[in-house]
Design a protein around this ligand. Structure first.
Ligand code: MEV
Length: 329
């Protein structure tokens, strides 16, 4: 629940006068530090402005309420209705916002595939909060509130979120994040020969964040070298931070390589993902790594700032059957 001073339940809503509300939220890509962030380390992530979820939400009449379940809210993405567990994000959203629940219909579409590592659960959590808040006639939530409440909602999907993903989606800007310090927006400095360009390459394998977190956990918590491993993750993220804030491309490439090695050690990088990374680097990417929970999902590849389009084209030609997304910061 929000502390006093947060949005309050407003009895008169836009929806009561027959209006829809609209909300959008971006996906995210973790540059460095996934998994270790759950054990207190910092991580770096960027929003994906070209990979989005968009919804419209409408308040339904009380008569639509299901007598047995006490609820008739529905959430559709494209033609598919979200399964009950995922649609429970609506009730969680009402509770987090401190708004007495009423039936709603949320309908939208998403560029973010579930289990792809691009933040589907964080984006769903944040967009639900935005839509319900607006539908209830409250003033816009601040990024900080959205991030905190988004983390609560995301727990429905993977148990104990670090809060990194909902923070990036809520702030919609590059962040350095840790559980203790929270989100810190960063001023990215452009490399001298161009901008920061990345390619996201879909491995076409889907994995659950929850199970990947369980799989990696012993390597941080019970392994004899767990503490040492966390120190290595910290150093890699610091190196990446230096790189991004000083426009140093080769330093970020080095951090990507090191992060991939560390993620491999904790068991979230399959042979198939290594193969994809290798191919991307052979085609001219400066460095590539898994992004997000791993096990599948997308690989993020750093493109050379002087000819990103040329390398991107080679990737698109080579990975014809895979989705390849250009991201710039
Ligand atoms: C998932 O995108 C990132 C993880 O670090 C989990 C989390 O931070 O909540 C694996």
């Amino acid at each position: 629940m929000l502390a006093s001073g947060g949005p309050k339940y407003a009895p008169k809503t836009h929806a009561e006068s027959g209006c829809y509300v609209e909300a959008t939220a971006s996906g995210k890509a973790i540059l460095l530090g996934e998994h270790a962030v759950l054990y207190g380390c910092e991580a770096l992530a960027i929003p994906l402005h070209t990979v989005q979820m968009r919804v419209t939400a409408q308040r339904l009449g009380e008569h639509t309420q299901n007598q047995e379940t006490g609820n008739s809210s529905r959430f559709y993405l494209g033609a598919s209705q979200l399964p009950e567990h995922a649609a429970g994000v609506i009730d969680d959203g009402f509770a987090a916002l401190g708004i007495p629940k009423y039936p709603v219909h949320i309908q939208g579409n998403s560029d973010i595939k579930v289990g792809s590592g691009l933040g589907s659960s964080a984006t769903l959590s944040v967009i639900t909060l935005k839509a319900l808040n607006q539908l209830s006639g409250n003033s816009e939530l601040k990024a900080e509130q959205l991030a905190t409440l988004g983390r609560q909602l995301e727990n429905r999907f993977h148990g104990n979120s670090s809060g990194l993903d909902p923070s990036v989606v809520a702030y919609n800007q590059p962040l350095l994040y840790s559980i203790t310090e929270g989100p810190q927006p960063i001023e990215v400095c452009m490399p001298p020969k161009g901008g920061w360009h990345f390619a996201l390459i879909d491995s076409q394998v889907r994995s659950s964040t929850y199970s990947m977190v369980l799989q990696a956990r012993p390597f941080f918590t019970t392994a004899a070298d767990g503490a040492q491993r966390l120190e290595k993750f910290k150093a890699v993220v610091r190196q990446g931070f230096e790189a991004l804030t000083h426009g140093n491309v080769s330093l970020l490439a080095e951090a990507f390589h090191k992060n991939l090695t560390l993620l491999t050690e904790v068991g979230v990088v399959s042979e198939a993902l290594h193969h994809l990374v290798h191919q991307a680097n052979q085609l001219g990417c400066l460095a590539s790594k898994v992004t997000g929970a791993g096990g599948g999902g997308f690989v993020i590849a750093l493109l050379p700032p002087e000819n990103p389009e040329q390398v991107l084209q080679k990737l698109q030609e080579h990975f014809k059957k895979h989705q390849v997304i250009h991201v710039s910061v």
